[in-house]
Design a protein around this ligand. Sequence first.
Ligand code: ADP
Length: 228
Amino acid sequence: MIEMENVYKKYPNGVVAANGITTRIKQGEFVYVVGPSGAGKSTFIKMMYREEAPSKGTIMINGMNLSKLRDAKVPLLRRQIGVVFQDFKLLPTLTVFENVAFALEVIEEYPENIKKRVMETLDLVGLKHKARMLPSELSGGEQQRVTIARSIVNNPKVVIADEPTGNLDPDTSWDIMKIFEEINQRGTTVVMATHNREIVNTIKHRVIAIESGVIARDEQRGDYGYES
Ligand code: ADP
């Protein structure tokens, strides 16, 4: 369902951040993407939701060829992919409910469906009781839960997360991981770049290690690796 074939990415400054990546991620898999800073993890992930386009090679997501995808079709892709960032990027003047509903309204859902779906999703991340609050009234962990709710409210087949626990304390990080586990157990593919060794070594999943723009290691139930 996610296929990369000989993907190569050279930034305008000449940096080669992907240097011949070929991999395949099946529907329902949970994949950690690990590797040193600057190795190309974010680039790998950004190419999956077409934040960056590859310079060469083929990327297929749910049968869509991203190399050939016209700009007008990008919203169609984004509807099938939820994205979670390290810095939360919630809209500060909107309530928790509105921040999550926003993701549905932009695809023209009916109002009654919006309410039902948003509250179900907030329930899943444990924040139904805070639906009327503003992001500034929430802790960092709670804000991250809202962004996760926002990313899954459309029922995407894939959730892509770049360092989702990067700014969170260890306890909160575990809570956030439980939500990703739950999402994955419902059949959603999860691709997560992380530096969190403890999480990768405890909640075992496939590990793709990227070094200098290539896949250096790809193991089912892998370890984080890289001695600290
Ligand atoms: P990681 O996520 O593993 O830290 P990145 O994918 O962010 O790695 O970066 C890989 C390499 O590409 C680094 O050398 C980085 O400086 C470079 N890079 C990333 N984004 C850009 C960009 N927009 N323009 C130029 N170089 C970039």
